[in-house]
Design a binder for this molecule. Structure first.
Ligand code: AMP
Ligand code: MG
Length: 508
């Protein structure tokens, strides 16, 4: 086992680097002119067994100018269906430094994104700009605080160099932390090599990292596939339940770990519209909010195809086994969605009408173009009011529990949401658990703050101009998304009327 290599706490054991060579290529981070740390995630550093004080003095490590002890830098090879078209890819601007062993027994990839060209860069410069890297930092950390499985961001460092996009931009490097960077596309690539030994080595590696319980099965490929199907069903349901649109669900951007990966053109819904697309390049709406479960299912079919040679049996029998597992995705997703939907509505226990009740609210929200996050926050406030003040039947419902909840007009006051409300009240009234339990449960799952598009843009604009204060304030608020605090009052509201339709661009 590796030793603790320095007082910064780096403790690498690089299992991916021991896989067969075609799966990766050695890579060296580019040396940049003037490394400067913009943000360091101290809590995450501590969880990884790293010393934040030491790290704060090591901008060279986070810009790629110095390697942490024990690093074996490499770029991973992968393929992917991008908007449905198969391509061979690989880390074109990301370099895996190694795997950090955490004090709690975890193993985490430490990867520099924007660290220069690799064998897989094709025409790209291997670099990243500050804005998109800060965007990934904010949104991935917000997702984590919302309880959605995700890659993390340990740091963002300026390179002191300019990257050329449509305009010259400040260059930056993000340090991404993930339980692995193995993608559906990694399996597609391994399958494409036509070497069953390499494919099997990748499968064993992925199982060791994500499903060690399956390692002892005689034929684990199908069980691994099932585990990935289950994780993706749970993940995409979590996205839907917080109004997240990933935006670029290519198979190379879907991790077998079940963590959200690749924060490019992603964004959160303001007004609820299932057809929402933010990405400038997604003109057909392939990756629209409502299409996400279907796309996940499609991507999992590509994983299934890649694993076929490792599933024991012959011909149709193998296909049938794999199809059966793949076919469980829609019902798994619906189950996850309904269970999360019940929690959002404060429902304890199960009634046959619950799915309809949840769908009814979403339909009403769509008609009213209600704000996704504020609707559930307002419903939580109604539940809390009901818990605080039990009403005699026929009495007028109480308003929000305190002034802080009433950021804007109560969306349930009139219109389609008001019409939906009695069915929810009746359902809650039948619950033996009582209104206080419902309200407390809702408070734990319905955020009052999300990374609102207008707030993210405002923070990034200021940061690009050298003022990090809005970025830091937003980040602090997003770390505690479920509580109404004085600090988050200005961050709860939807976009200003003049914000207009929001468009995102791939984070290149
Ligand atoms: P993405 O859209 O971020 O998922 O990237 C798709 C592919 O393009 C991946 O293989 C990336 O590594 C690669 N890529 C993205 N930006 C760059 C860049 N600036 N230089 C080289 N490769 C890149
Ligand atoms: Mg990608």
């Amino acid at each position: 086992m590796p030793e603790t290599n320095s007082d910064a706490g780096w403790r690498f054991d690089n299992s991916y680097a021991r896989l067969p060579e075609p799966l990766f290529a050695a890579a060296t981070p580019a040396t940049v002119r003037a490394p400067r740390l913009v943000v360091l995630n101290r809590r995450l550093a501590e969880d990884l067994g790293l010393n934040p004080g030491q790290l704060a003095e090591s901008p060279a490590i986070f810009a790629g100018n110095e390697l942490p002890p024990g690093a074996e830098p490499l770029a991973q090879a992968y393929a992917g269906h991008q908007f449905g078209h198969f391509t061979t890819l690989g880390d074109g601007r990301a370099i895996l430094l190694g795997e950090q062993l955490s004090p709690a027994g975890g193993r985490f990839d430490i990867q520099l994104k924007g660290a220069g060209r690799t064998r897989y860069s094709r025409g790209g410069d291997g670099r990243a700009a500050l804005g998109p890297m800060l965007r990934e930092h904010i949104i991935s950390e917000a997702m984590h605080a919302l309880g959605v499985p995700t890659t993390r961001s340990l740091a963002v460092a300026l390179s002191g160099e300019v990257v050329m996009r449509t305009t010259p931009l400040p260059g930056a490097v993000l340090t991404r932390v993930a339980t692995s960077h193995i993608r559906v596309g990694t399996f597609q690539y391994a399958r494409g090599l036509g070497d069953e030994g390499v494919l099997r080595a990748l499968l064993e590696h992925a199982i060791a990292r994500h499903d060690p319980d399956l390692a002892d099965l005689a034929e684990p490929a199908l069980a691994f596939f099932e585990a990935v199907v289950a994780r993706q069903a749970a993940l995409v349901a979590r996205w839907m339940l917080v109004g997240f649109v990933h935006g670029v669900m290519n198979t190379d951007n879907m991790a077998v770990s079940g963590e959200t990966i690749d924060y490019g053109p992603c964004a959160f819904l303001d007004a609820y519209d299932p057809a929402t697309v933010f990405s400038s390049i997604d003109q057909q709406g392939r990756y629209a909010y409502a299409n996400q479960p279907g796309i996940a299912h499609w991507n999992l079919a590509r994983l299934a195809e890649s694993l076929l040679p490792l599933v024991p049996g012959e011909g149709e029998a193998v296909l049938d086994k794999v199809r059966e597992v793949l076919g469980t995705f829609p019902e798994r997703f619906e189950r996850e969605l309904l269970s999360g939907g019940r929690a959002k509505l404060g429902l304890v226990g199960e009634e046959p009408g619950d799915a309809e009740l949840f769908a009814g609210l979403l339909a009403a929200m769509r008609t009213a173009r209600a704000d996704f996050t504020r609707t559930f926050a307002a419903l939580t406030a109604l539940a809390e009011a009901a818990a605080a003040k039990p009403r005699a039947s026929g009495e007028k419902p109480a308003g929000p529990a305190d002034g802080a909840s009433a950021d804007e007009a109560d969306p349930f006051a009139t219109g389609p949401l008001a019409e939906w409300l009695p069915a929810w009240r009746e359902r809650l009234a039948r619950q033996p658990a009582g209104p206080a339990a419902a309200a407390a449960g809702m408070r734990r799952v319905n955020p009052v703050v999300i990374p609102r598009n207008h707030r993210v843009e405002e923070a990034l604009d200021a940061a690009e101009g050298g003022d990090l204060a809005p970025f830091e304030r937003l980040l602090a608020v997003l770390r505690q998304p479920f509580e109404e605090t004085a600090a988050n009052v200005p961050y709860r509201a939807g976009p200003p009327a003049d914000f207009g339709p929001y468009t995102t661009f791939c984070g290149t």
